[in-house]
Write a protein that binds this ligand. Structure first.
Ligand SMILES: N[C@@H](CCC(=O)N[C@@H](CS)C(=O)NCC(=O)O)C(=O)O
Length: 210
């Protein structure tokens, strides 16, 4: 299995950490979406990461679909999400909020670094409002949970997705992720970042050059 993409992407990192925690061996190709787009295009015409190439040659795209495949592979006893029911829906909602936040944080970064003229105020304001709104909701939800992880004593996809996007948001937009405003999220991130898989699967942000 080959995981394509750099770990400064919250989406790629999330998949890399899941692969580690599931103890699934994989090769990592840290190709840059902009600098090495042609290489990625040979596997994924969207030129996006993560892209996962299976041993059979089949190519999986989209982090959610990739994790769905990995969950199916490891099975219900090990998968980091319930297979059905209300808890599954809740986990998937936290993951959707975290990955939606990641989408907006990535868009906002591209807007700032790639646009030659002044960034669009309408777009920047919208992204910032979406990011702030999701951070506030996640903070409220995490503060209400007293267990070490979001859904109990074992790490799950919601924990990983949130921790990965918090790191990205903190590096890409430090002014939008003031840890004093989000103490429960900051504590959650610190707890996850201390785990061996998070320490191993990490890369400081290297934004595309405009
Ligand atoms: N919905 C996708 C989002 C992945 C994504 O936005 N990846 C970024 C890197 S952080 C990317 O490939 N950017 C290049 C592009 O969108 O053209 C997923 O969950 O995998």
């Amino acid at each position: 299995m080959i995981l394509i993409g750099q770990y400064d992407s919250p989406f790629v990192r999330r998949v890399g950490i899941a692969l580690k925690l599931y103890e699934l061996p994989f090769e990592h190709q840290p190709w840059s979406t902009f600098g090495e787009g042609d290489r990625i295009a040979a596997y994924n015409p969207l030129r996006r990461v993560p892209t996962l190439v299976l041993a059979s040659g089949e190519v999986l795209i989209e982090s959610t679909a990739i994790l769905d495949y990995l969950d199916e592979w490891v099975g219900p006893g090990k998968a980091m999400v319930a297979m059905r029911g209300p808890e599954r829906r809740h986990v998937l909602k936290i993951c959707a909020l975290a990955t939606g936040l990641a989408d907006k944080a990535v868009s906002l970064l591209y807007e700032h670094v790639l646009r030659k003229k002044k960034a669009s105020k309408i777009w920047v304001d919208r992204c910032e409002a979406q990011i702030g709104g999701v951070l506030a909701l996640l903070e409220k939800e995490r503060a209400a949970v007293k267990t070490p992880y979001w859904f109990g004593t074992h790490i799950g996809h919601a924990d990983i997705a949130v921790a990965c996007v918090l790191r990205f948001a903190g590096e890409a937009h430090p002014q939008l992720f003031d840890t004093a405003r989000y103490p429960a999220l900051a504590a959650h991130a610190a707890h996850c970042e201390a785990l061996p898989a998070f320490v191993e699967i990490v890369q400081p942000l290297a934004p595309p050059k405009g």
